[in-house]
Design a protein around this ligand. Structure first.
Ligand code: NDP
Length: 448
């Protein structure tokens, strides 16, 4: 690694030695920026790397709330406002027991480049809490959301910071959070949160956008090899928002969706799931909030407790659950089963060793910051609709989403070629996302 880049990375390790997910995300980006720093010395002069790895602001607070027994519970709330050079901070809230500052810094850092890639004017941010919605009643989730927003409201706004959902924060949670925001501020229709429901400020196709966008991106990658989804065996991990709609779109394109999973295990449907089975998963996960093992039981499918879906082998793999869920061993299994493409729906689901191996073996590989950008892009479209007091049709939003994904693919593809690494979407996406933010920071001087 270049000495200057290494020194920036070392300073991250020295300052925050325990933030391992952040180290991983930062290293993955910094490594690929070497040719850019060489070509544009102005970025080094302006200390863009040193500045871009440091969040502009971090907010941490306590979230006290009462559980069903009237007992007081305390969680931690966070917002990492990473970079606002090209627009207001934008990025989701994650509610999951593993949430801590290092995880949110990784996600906010990634978000900065992802949002830049969408071509929309959005900076990067991320937030959330170590609160676990699993096993809680609706009332407990509501109490928690109200308390969380009781502090968060003062840090966000349509021109400041526009949060959305992520793991553990879906339509239900956004509803409770938005209600609290409106109650406290008496401001309506400001587009302060995205992922709202249709009819109260939400955009059509926002729930579908990340999953659909991931499949649109994979479709573009496949086209470069004269391939398509038709007839392919597609492995999907997770069974939450991103997984559900990646599955729907892949099925619409004629693929056989052969798996789902959750944190307790993996289900194999070797002949592909039917529309009826997909409907069952939607109800199971979004309404009953049950376990994926119930899906296996209902349809008499193979269920591997504690297992990962990659062991089933397939043509296309779409990791849509969480970070570091596809490691080198999983990549080896996929390669031996003849996988041709891996499209990240989740954020950083593939470990660095697995990414290197997949790229080495010529597997088409898209990093999440490019291929899952459809969610935040459609959030950007939701913000546009809120500003204009408009609602666009499903066709209109889907057309724009598709156009944005084609554009991101083209941008990453061309940039990789320009910097001497054709077909390397990791390098292409990192450099393309970085350039826009870095140029804006140079133009605005050292305060940016
Ligand atoms: P959901 O909460 O809707 O679903 C998450 C899924 O991942 C669930 O099936 C969950 O299982 C599984 N999961 C979570 N943690 C683990 C774990 N440690 N091991 C195995 N499985 C796990 O979240 P989303 O679908 O919204 O998000 C999924 C990924 O996509 C995340 O990385 C997120 O950051 C990313 N993303 C999401 C966007 C969006 O618009 N929603 C936008 C861009 C990226 P269980 O129920 O058992 O926990």
């Amino acid at each position: 690694m270049d000495k200057y880049i290494e020194s920036v990375y070392q300073s991250i390790l020295d300052k925050d030695p325990l933030q391992k997910e952040f180290h991983q995300a930062a290293l993955e980006v910094l490594e690929t920026l070497e040719p850019v720093i060489e070509k544009y010395p102005v970025f080094k002069e302006h200390k863009i790397l040193e500045r871009i790895v440091e969040p502009e602001r971090i907010i941490q607070f306590r979230v006290p709330w009462k559980d069903r027994n009237g007992e007081i519970q305390i969680n931690r709330g966070y917002r990492v406002q990473y970079n606002s050079a090209i627009g207001p901070y934008k990025g989701g809230f994650r509610f999951h027991p593993t949430v801590y500052l290092g995880l949110l810094k990784f996600l906010g850092f990634e978000q900065t480049f992802k949002n830049s890639l969408t071509t929309l004017p959005m900076g990067g941010g991320k937030g959330g809490s170590d609160f676990d919605p699993k096993g809680k009643t609706d009332g407990e989730v509501e109490n928690f959301c109200h308390s969380f927003m009781g502090e968060m409201y003062r840090h966000i706004g349509q021109f400041t910071d526009v949060p959305a959902g992520d793991i553990g924060v879906g339509g239900r949670e956004i509803g409770y959070l938005y209600a609290a925001y409106r109650k406290i501020t008496n401001l309506h229709g400001t587009g302060v949160l995205t992922g709202k429901g249709y009819g109260w400020g939400g955009s059509l196709v926002r729930p579908e956008a990340t999953g659909y966008g991931n499949v649109y991106f994979a479709q573009e990658m496949l086209k470069t090899k004269g391939e398509s989804f038709k007839g392919k065996k597609v492995l999907i991990s997770g069974s939450g928002n991103v997984a559900q709609y990646a599955a729907e779109k892949a099925m619409q394109l004629g693929a056989k969706v052969a798996s789902f999973s959750d944190s307790t295990g993996a289900v194999h449907a070797p002949d592909g799931i039917t529309k009826e089975m997909w409907d069952y998963v939607m109800e199971l996960k979004n309404v009953k909030r049950g376990r994926i093992s119930e899906f296996a039981e209902k349809y008499n499918l193979e269920y591997v407790k504690g297992g990962r879906v990659w062991q089933f082998g397939g043509d296309i793999a779409l990791p849509c659950a969480t970070q570091n869920e596809l490691d080198k061993k999983d990549a080896e299994k996929l390669i031996s089963s003849g996988v041709i493409a891996v499209g990240e729906g989740a954020n950083m689901p593939t470990t660095p060793e697995a990414v290197t191996l997949l790229i080495e073996k010529g597997v088409l590989f898209s990093p999440g910051k490019a291929s899952n950008a459809g969610g935040v892009a459609t959030s950007g479209l939701e913000m546009s609709q809120n500003s204009g007091r408009l609602f666009w049709s499903r066709e209109e939003v889907d057309k724009q989403l598709h156009g944005i994904m084609v554009n991101i693919h083209q941008n990453a593809y061309e940039t990789a070629k320009e910097f001497g690494a054709p077909g390397n979407y990791v390098l292409g996406a990192n450099i393309a996302g970085f350039m826009k933010v870095a140029k804006a920071m140079v133009a605005m001087g050292h305060l940016a």
